[in-house]
Design a protein. Structure first.
Lengths: 520, 231
């Protein structure tokens, strides 16, 4: 942890904004406290112990050997990702090997994860992100943002909530949104003195707020992610109830937006309190120098204009994906739009970058691949579904009022993201079970399924849980434990608001019955 | 001509009227691959009608275990032929049979690599409704021999429908033995349901434990500098 009482000597703005420093390096962040040292030391045996414990447990009735072994492997990797005895990408490689030797998964599906859409999107988006950095568009935007809103840390953080709020309905792909804003986030963090070498609490707040904002604000609309639409499809086919765009928005938007403002406050004041000294830009010469730097950049150069043009094309394709089939006879999905952008960026003579200038963090892609291989193995071996059924099957929800059953179901949905790496897979497993259970209990299935569906996008607990999390984790400015603390608090705030809404707002607009109603 | 056609038409109508409401088979597997099976059937049909029921196993030794007076059971190609009592209604009955080749080791073709370890056994069951009568609800539950557990579900068909929630194959436990239940509904003539599961001995190799403990000890020794007091 950075000592808040004695901030490091402020480097010059030129040093801070030197773009060479903004590469996403694969170096392991040094442990910053004795507790972290012990966590790393004990993390390895703790992971092995958990693996052996789960592997040697008596066979569960509904569990295959592969599912049990897969759970053991994933639990071990989870402990290692959190306690970091190894770099996260080494843990991912070990996990992939373990999935094979425990016969959880055959070799092909494990290897195939590196060709998944999400990995491609990450890779291509990093090329676009490098373009923003190299053409200094990111620096220009960040300096402008700081001059407009950055006099105080709290305003700068607030500005990012509005940026993510504006982007959420326009770009459904969370990774795309993340990569668009990543260079901006890094430059602003740098101006406030938070770097990979010396991360501070402002940087943690900034990264965590964006991590939460990108995911949570996707739940504002039902088109915010494809998993939302899968849930709407299940609700319609299994209950006959059609969820309209406005139904979803009326329920989801207030909760998502309110959560972000609560986290903006809690983050700065409670989770990662920002010392007074860090609440202003950490640069010699203050904002005057920032302004001077901004002016010194002069008007937009040709390369920067080219970069804006390329980004506009990609952004246009990301935003208009629902019209592609009619316009082009084919849908250009988010990775392919980014691929087109990458072709333009890397085009000889007329492009913006050469391949060697693109900052592609391969360690991050390997980390993602391992996490996805583990997540998919849990799904394909049936471990995830077995876990959900065993959890709900062990509860007697018939004897408790609606509000209590609702709270349990929504809480399970909210926190279950910690063990999954795909929103869609989680939706496919959870939503039909919730609908069936609500029917069996005699409740309107929509009263349980719609609020549960609102939790789909809240994948903020760990770096492995979502694409933006992995990308932001690559900045090396926060630990897995930091992510866990902030993410769990975000989910708990969201859960509290969902429960409060069930007792009030949702009941008034006809989604839920009385909070204290008993099953018929 | 008309005199001939009319009885033929009536015959076809009554033959097609039989319907199997419920058809559940419980199979008790032995380690040598043989099995004892009990099928519970509920079907409706015309008085005295003969209904053919497919079994989906290499079966022999059919025996009517329970059923109404007047119901007759005899083996037929690929199943059994049931003659209903001389009254209209829905009839419930059970029959038992011996099945072979249900839980078998992998057969490795010459020149091919084995896909499973030598200790694995494959539970393969493919049921096709080859007869006229539609089966509204079909299930087959197999109990593994003691000392075995399922390693993985390799295949389960047909694919789940959008409104289906129950998994096609559900694992459970009866009398300390792991079971796999295949379930499908609405199997008309030609409709099918199948599953392929790999079973392995329950005992897990102690090598995992030894390797894990050794790894833990070695790590704690070679990485102890992580928590060593800094000079």
């Amino acid at each position: 942890m950075t000592d808040p009482a004695s901030p490091a000597k402020a480097p010059s703005l030129r040093e801070l904004l030197d773009m060479e420093n903004l590469t996403l390096s694969a170096k392991t962040r040094a442990a910053q406290s004795p507790t972290e040292c012990w966590m790393r030391y004990l993390g390895f045996p703790a992971g092995i112990a958990l693996f052996l414990l789960i592997l040697y447990l008596p066979a569960g009735p509904g569990l295959t050997g592969a599912a049990q072994a897969g759970t053991a492997c994933f639990a071990m990797a989870l402990v290692w990702w959190v306690m970091e005895p190894f770099p996260t990408y080494v843990t991912s490689l070990i996990l992939m090997f373990m999935l094979l030797v425990t016969r959880t998964s055959p070799a092909k599906p494990i290897m195939d994860v590196l060709g998944m859409e999400v990995i491609w999107l990450n890779l291509l988006a990093f090329i676009l992100s490098s373009m923003l950095v190299k053409t200094r568009l990111a620096k220009r935007l960040a300096l402008w943002l700081i001059l407009k809103f950055g006099r105080k840390a709290s305003w700068a953080l607030m500005a990012f909530i509005f940026i993510q709020l504006a982007l959420a309905p326009l770009i459904p792909a969370t990774a795309a949104r993340c990569v668009m804003t990543l260079p901006l986030i890094m430059v602003v963090a740098t101006i406030y003195g938070s770097t990979e070498q010396k991360p501070n609490n402002f940087g943690k707040n900034l990264l965590m707020l964006n991590l939460a904002g990108i995911s949570v604000l996707s739940s504002i609309s039902m088109t915010g992610s494809s998993a939302n639409l899968v849930a709407v499809g299940f609700i319609q086919s299994m209950t006959g109830h059609r969820v309209y765009y406005m139904d979803w928005m009326l329920a989801g938007a207030p909760i998502a937006i309110l959560t972000m403002f609560i986290m903006w406050f809690l983050g700065r004041k409670v989770i990662f309190p920002i010392p007074v000294a860090e609440q202003v830009p950490q640069i010699e010469g203050g904002l005057g120098l920032v302004e001077e730097q901004y002016r010194a950049m002069g008007p937009l150069g040709f390369q920067a204009k080219k970069a804006i043009g390329i980004f506009a094309v990609v952004l246009f394709l990301w935003m208009t994906d629902i019209f592609h089939m009619r316009w082009f006879g084919v849908e250009i999905s988010a990775p392919f739009a980014a691929l087109l952008g990458a072709v333009m960026v890397l085009f000889p003579r007329y492009g913006v970058l050469t391949w060697s200038e693109a900052d592609i963090p391969w360690h991050l892609l390997i980390f993602s691949a391992g996490a996805y291989a583990g997540g998919l193995a849990l799904e394909s071996s049936g471990a995830a579904e077995w876990g959900v059924r065993a959890l709900f099957g062990g509860m007697n929800l018939r004897t408790i009022p609606f509000g209590a059953a609702y709270t349990i179901i929504v809480a399970v949905m909210m926190y279950s993201h910690l063990l999954t790496t795909s929103k869609t897979v989680r939706t496919i497993i959870m939503i039909p079970i919730i609908i069936t259970m609500a029917k069996a209990l005699g409740w309107d299935p929509v009263s349980m399924a719609l609020p549960a569906a609102l939790c789909i996008d809240w994948v903020v607990g760990l770096p492995i849980n979502g694409k933006p999390n992995v990308i932001l984790f690559a900045t090396n400015q926060f630990t897995v434990m930091d992510n866990f603390k902030y993410g769990i608090t975000t989910c708990t705030v969201g859960l509290g608001l969902l429960v409060l809404s069930a007792a009030t707002w949702f009941h008034w607009i006809g989604i839920t019955p009385s909070f204290w109603a008993m099953p018929k | 001509m008309r005199k001939l056609l009319l009885p033929l038409l009536l015959c076809c109508l009554t033959a097609g009227a039989a319907e199997i409401q419920q058809y559940g088979t419980k199979v008790d597997l032995a380690a040598d691959g043989t099995a004892k099976a009990t099928a519970d059937v509920t079907l409706s049909g015309a008085a005295g009608e003969t209904v053919e029921i497919p079994v989906g196993f290499k079966a022999s030794g059919y025996l009517l275990a329970k059923g109404p007076q007047g119901l007759k059971l005899e083996p037929s190609a690929g199943g059994v032929k049931v003659t209903l009592p001389p009254a209209v209604g829905a009839w419930t009955f059970s029959f038992t049979f011996d099945a072979a080749g249900v839980l078998m080791p992998e057969v490795v073709r010459e020149g091919r690599k084995p896909a499973y370890p030598g200790t694995s056994r494959l539970l393969r069951h493919a049921f096709v409704n080859t007869k006229d009568a539609p089966i509204l609800d079909y299930s087959m539950e197999a109990s593994l021999p003691a000392g075995y557990r399922f390693m993985a579900i390799k295949e389960k068909l047909p694919r789940m429908g959008e409104a289906e929630v129950e998994p096609r194959v559900r694992l459970g436990k009866t009398d300390g033995r792991q079971t796999a239940r295949l379930h499908a509904s609405g199997l008309k003539q030609g409709g099918s349901a199948s599953m392929l599961l790999e079973a392995v001995p329950t005992r897990i190799s102690p090598l995992w434990l030894l390797t894990g403990l050794l790894g833990m000890v070695l790590y704690l020794i070679f990485f102890r500098d992580l928590v060593a007091a800094k000079p």
